[in-house]
Design a protein around this ligand. Structure first.
Ligand SMILES: Nc1ncnc2c1ncn2[C@@H]1O[C@H](COP(=O)(O)OP(=O)(O)OP(=O)(O)O)[C@@H](O)[C@H]1O
Length: 613
């Protein structure tokens, strides 16, 4: 084990800097004895303790770095801070909000840049920023102004009208950074903000973070692997490993904790070498390593640096090209800590008690809900531009279904019953494909590492998110219902009696299929393939049954299957509603649909939460 790591281990590395004494800002983030244990996935697997009794504070107005190797537990910690993942035990507080008790309020305090993926993917850059601002509670004018300002300041001018999902990885990252800044949050959580950025833009982001911190006192939690660059901006940091904090303090303190050693960089002239005896003698002064040919490094205690330099010069004389004393960089200390992966003691009980949060959670107002609904809905509608292929296929399929239906029934549209069948078939086809498959695909696309990116990066709640999806699906299916009704009326003079129950049935069907779609989207990984296959199956099912093939002609098992499929119920109920009939059969169908809707909705809410853990 290296000397640095040895010293680091022997010191109480997890002891956080005492907090907040006179003159220091009170903490913006308080973490106490935080444990997150993921349950075992299978009989043979052990539960994973991703966060193991973490305790630390982030002061208001400080740039705090969270470092650590892959799998150290950083993202798990961030997800808990965001209120997206409930801790197994322990306490988390942001400003005065108890995150466990009121995760939604916690989310509203934070501007978040997730590690990968972005919400609002299917709109232009300027709209993505503008909508984010509105969703974060900004006024219309303010959101537009800040979006324009950020586009200028982040050098996104050439991309303002490009769709976010078509940007390069680096540019999308920069847009994500801009989205995190919308609404001017007092607390920023940035997970790898400079990933995929070129050196110029990396500098831009680091400078921006520093400026925000200096001029506006924004508190920033930075999760990064880029220790070299982060060292320029972070004021304090925690190094995590295996779910624990193995070092905590300012960069200088951590270097000191790690031994406070200096590096003597020795460069020999060309062809010069150290003999084995010389190496042995030098090693007596401190840990010696050969960095590359002719370049040696000696780790020294500060008080030995003067005599050692003199001794090296005297011993090696003419062969020395250069001799330089340097402090270790944070990266070197980090690598040293990382290499040893020390077993560290649990957090000492020396932190101040958690300040009591003020009573009563802040609940989002109906206005907040309405704004979220509006902008998410707009985004869903704008997304239609991206699915034009599917929409074209869809709009071709619809008339094909009609023609096919007509020839099959053989009576043409003059026949009122055939029109009813066609309309209900077309409606259910649209409800099911739009609701189930498009939602599944959408949720699948928005998912990243088991989380829904929307939930992670926007302060919206589940009900506005789900309602916006349903609303957009309901609107999208209306043309499917209206086309044959209008065609029947204008071309053949058939007037259908339309029950007002249709206003209940269509949203009910859309709700039920959307909920099923969300469940599907959050469960299945390779969604493209699944969607294609399911699409084909559902298309055949919906085109063939129950519209064109009489139930009675099907084999018994298929009949039973048809009975339990929500589309069957929806089709039959829609047909009756279009005809203005509300008999007991109709009410039964509505009841079944309502039960399916309720069950799938409860299932989805329980399943998805904010993150699938
Ligand atoms: N949903 C989950 N279920 C089970 N184990 C999980 C889950 N999410 C994370 N883990 C495990 O918890 C540990 C910490 O993971 P986490 O993603 O928090 O690490 P990280 O420090 O963010 O890693 P990286 O730097 O690679 O992003 C890992 O061992 C990981 O396998």
């Amino acid at each position: 084990m290296s000397a640095i790591a040895e010293e680091a281990r022997s010191r109480p590395t997890q002891a956080p800097t005492p907090l907040p004494s006179a003159g220091l800002a009170p903490p913006a983030v308080v973490v106490r004895e935080l444990v997150k244990r993921y349950p075992a996935r299978g009989a043979r697997q052990e539960p994973v303790v991703a966060n193991d009794r973490l305790s630390f504070d982030i002061r208001r107005g400080e740039i705090f770095g969270l470092l650590g190797p892959n799998g150290a537990g950083k993202t798990t910690l961030v997800m808990q801070l965001m209120g997206l993942l409930p801790p197994t035990s322990g306490h988390l507080q942001l400003e005065h909000v108890d995150v466990v008790r009121d995760p939604q309020a916690a989310k509203e305090l934070i501007g978040f840049l997730p590690q990968g993926g972005l919400a609002l993917n299917y709109v232009e850059v300027e709209r993505a920023l503008h909508y984010t601002g509105r969703l974060r509670g900004q006024g219309e004018q303010d959101a537009i102004l800040q979006a324009k300002q950020l586009i200028e300041e982040l050098g996104l001018g050439d991309y303002r009208n490009q769709f976010v999902n078509l940007l390069s990885g680096g540019m999308a990252r920069l847009v994500g950074f801009g989205m995190a800044l919308m609404g001017r949050p007092r607390l920023l959580v940035l997970d790898e903000p400079t990933n995929e950025l070129d050196p110029h833009r990396r500098r831009l982001v680091w400078d921006y973070i520093q400026r925000l911190n200096r001029e506006q006192g924004v508190t920033c939690l930075l999760v990064t692997h880029n220790v070299l660059e982060a060292e320029q901006v972070i004021q304090r940091l925690a190094v995590m490993d295996k779910g624990r904090i193995i070092a905590l303090g300012t960069p200088e303190e951590i270097k000191h904790q790690a031994g406070g050693r200096l590096r003597l960089e020795l460069q020999l002239k060309e062809d010069a070498r150290l003999t084995a005896e010389e190496q042995e003698r030098l090693a007596a002064y401190g840990a010696l390593s050969e960095v590359r040919p002719q370049h040696y490094r000696l780790q020294l205690a500060p008080e030995r640096s003067g005599p050692t330099s003199a001794a090296v010069l005297q011993e090696l004389g003419e062969r020395v090209e250069s001799l330089r004393l340097a402090r270790p960089s944070l990266e070197e200390v980090y690598l040293e800590l990382d290499r040893t992966r020390a077993e560290t003691p649990a957090a000492p009980e020396s932190l101040p008690p958690v300040p009591a949060p003020p009573p009563g959670p802040t609940t989002p107002s109906w206005r907040r809900f309405a704004v979220a609904l509006k902008y998410l809905f707009l985004e869903h509608l704008l997304e239609v531009r991206h699915t034009w292929v599917w929409n074209t296929v869809f709009s071709i399929l619809m008339p094909v279904a009609m023609v096919f239906g007509l020839s099959r029934i053989g009576s043409g549209l003059e026949d009122r019953t055939s029109l009813l069948y066609i309309v209900s078939g077309a409606a259910v086809f649209s409800v099911a494909t739009e609701g189930l498959l498009t939602t599944a695909q959408r949720v699948g696309l928005m998912r990243q590492d088991g989380r829904l990116i929307y939930y992670a990066s926007l302060p919206i709640n589940q009900s506005s998110f789900v309602s916006s999806i349903i609303l957009s699906r309901v609107l999208i299916i209306f043309p499917g219902i209206l086309t044959p009704i209008l065609a029947g009326w204008l071309l053949y003079g058939i007037r259908l009696e339309i029950s007002p129950w249709l206003a209940v049935l269509v949203p009910l069907s859309a709700l039920s299929f959307s909920a099923l779609g969300m469940a599907l989207g959050s469960l299945i990984r390779d969604l493209d393939l699944v969607v294609t296959i399911t699409n084909a199956i559902i298309s055949v099912l919906l085109l063939a049954a129950p519209v064109f093939i009489p139930m009675e002609s099907l084999p018994r098992p298929l009949q039973l299957l048809g009975q339990v499929l929500p589309p069957t119920y929806a089709a039959e109920a829609l047909r009756l509603a279009l005809d203005g009939q509300t008999g007991s059969r109709f009410l039964l169908d509505v009841a079944v649909l309502a039960v399916v809707t309720a069950l799938s909705f409860v299932g989805v809410s329980r399943w998805m939460r904010w993150r699938l853990d």
